[in-house]
Design a protein around this ligand. Structure first.
Ligand code: ASP
Length: 438
């Protein structure tokens, strides 16, 4: 029987009633043998996440304030779950020990990680699964980066002998000290466990039913994406569409394991499946999604006969690099080369960049166009559908959107357009309406 690793986010485990939902989801499929919990999240709109309370506790201790005040709220959250589920575990003993550690100057990462640790203990007790502490098998290198090979070897060996386990997310071990991933990092832990377990599927249970084809604030009622490839996802999330922690995609992608985003509150919905490649017979929609980001500047360098000048592009990029900027895109024309950069990063070095490009390339003209939004229309289906670009630009012109820049990757996975901030939302809506049937 194949195995499924199920990661549950903070809102999926925010209180006892959510724990019950998690248990019934696990009971529905015997392949769900490894469970990766986050710390309890918000129960209602203005509620505090346990991880945030733990950071507050740490800061209070650092500032000499009474750290027991925020820590009491942490106690209460776990105490309530234990009481309502009538668990046997003596969670107070663990809380007392953590409180003593904090009193004695425990590190920030240690404090922050205790939400996952305690939630994992409660969940393991409730489900009757083995509790595995990531300090024993999720390793970081001395420079703080994640040590994937050592982790994978150790965890693979351990899981061989562990039939069903709860493995807290978010943290691991750096030289015998607790170290956390960046915020939202339980997604990464889940992906690491899926890889080590050679799972057939990594389920990421959250409070939405998957990725939407467009930002619902811009396109109300946007449909859910059923299937998406990891490469398309990379393009969409680069453009700001995010449900998953970016770094969580890599371990499962590399191991060829699909990820399924599911909704704990609506388990009957299939959610979004992210996979390496999709079945041949599937005929995908022309587009998978449309996403965009604001705040770009386009530096256009124009010079007649630029195409025959050796090193022209390199010199433009040299000026960008020397000023500590990275570029996002680089669409080129016959005699123009555009470099798209983040406006905020450009601002402090703007003059230096202009001067340096002038000096290095002696262009006929150099202009910078600010307030640009970039919209990516992404779809593996585009390659099979001639005329997609024509439809896209017709839709934009019908909506009176002035397209200032166009870039189509040679993969034919996406078409990027640059528009003014004022046209941004209008453009996204026009593209969505053109390609997605109501
Ligand atoms: N609890 C951590 C956070 O709030 C990690 C996670 O939930 O993934 O960032």
């Amino acid at each position: 029987m194949g195995k499924i690793v199920a990661k549950f986010g903070g809102s999926s485990l925010s209180d006892a009633s959510q724990f019950r939902k998690v248990k019934s989801i696990l009971d529905m499929d015997p392949r769900r043998v490894y469970v990766v919990p986050s710390a309890p999240g918000r129960r209602f709109d203005k509620d505090e996440k346990v991880t945030d309370l733990l950071y507050q506790t740490y800061r209070a201790r650092q500032n000499g304030a009474d750290f027991r005040v925020p820590f009491a709220k942490v106690r209460e959250r776990f105490g309530e779950i234990k009481r309502e589920l009538e668990l046997e575990i003596n969670i107070d003993e663990y809380l007392d020990e953590i409180e003593r550690d904090i009193e004695n100057g425990a590190t920030e990462d240690y404090c922050a990680s205790r939400g996952e640790f305690l939630n994992g203990l409660l969940l393991a007790d409730y489900l009757d699964y083995t509790f595995l502490d990531p300090k024993d098998f999720i390793f970081f290198n001395p420079n703080g980066t994640f040590n994937s090979e050592r982790t994978n070897d150790t965890l693979t060996a351990l899981l061989k002998y562990t039939k069903k386990a709860v493995i807290p997310g978010f943290y691991g071990n750096l030289d015998e000290e607790i170290r956390t991933f960046s915020r939202g990092g339980s997604d990464i832990s889940g992906a690491i466990v899926a890889r080590a377990a050679k799972a057939e599927l990594y389920e990421n249970w959250t409070d939405v039913s998957g990725f939407l084809m467009a930002d619902p604030r811009v396109v109300p009622g946007a449909k859910t994406i059923r299937n998406v490839t990891y490469r398309e996802l990379r393009e969409l999330s680069y453009m700001g569409a995010s449900v998953l922690h970016e770094d969580s995609v890599f371990p499962v992608h590399r191991a060829g394991i699909p990820t399924n985003i599911r909704n704990t509150n609506q388990p009957e919905e299939r959610g979004t499946i992210i996979s390496h490649t999709l079945p041949e017979e599937e005929s995908p929609d022309v587009i998978t999604g449309v996403a965009g980001k604001l705040g770009f500047s386009v530096i256009s360098v124009e010079k007649a006969m630029m195409n025959v000048e050796y090193g022209f592009g390199r010199r433009v990029l040299q000026a960008i690099e020397e000023n500590g900027l990275s570029f996002e895109h680089m669409p080129t024309g016959i005699d123009t080369l555009c470099v798209v950069v983040n406006s905020e990063d450009l601002e402090p070095v703007r003059e230096n960049v202009v001067n340096r490009i002038m000096e290095l390339t002696q262009p006929d003209s150099l202009t910078i166009h600010d307030n640009m939004g970039i919209i990516a229309t992404v779809g593996r289906g585009m390659v099979h559908n001639p005329g997609t670009a024509a439809r896209l630009f017709t839709a934009l012109s019908r909506a009176n959107v002035n397209v200032r820049m166009i870039d189509q990757g040679s993969s034919e996975l996406s078409i990027l357009v640059g528009v003014d901030h004022s046209d941004f939302q209008n453009a996204i809506r026009a593209i969505y309406q053109e390609f997605v049937k109501a």
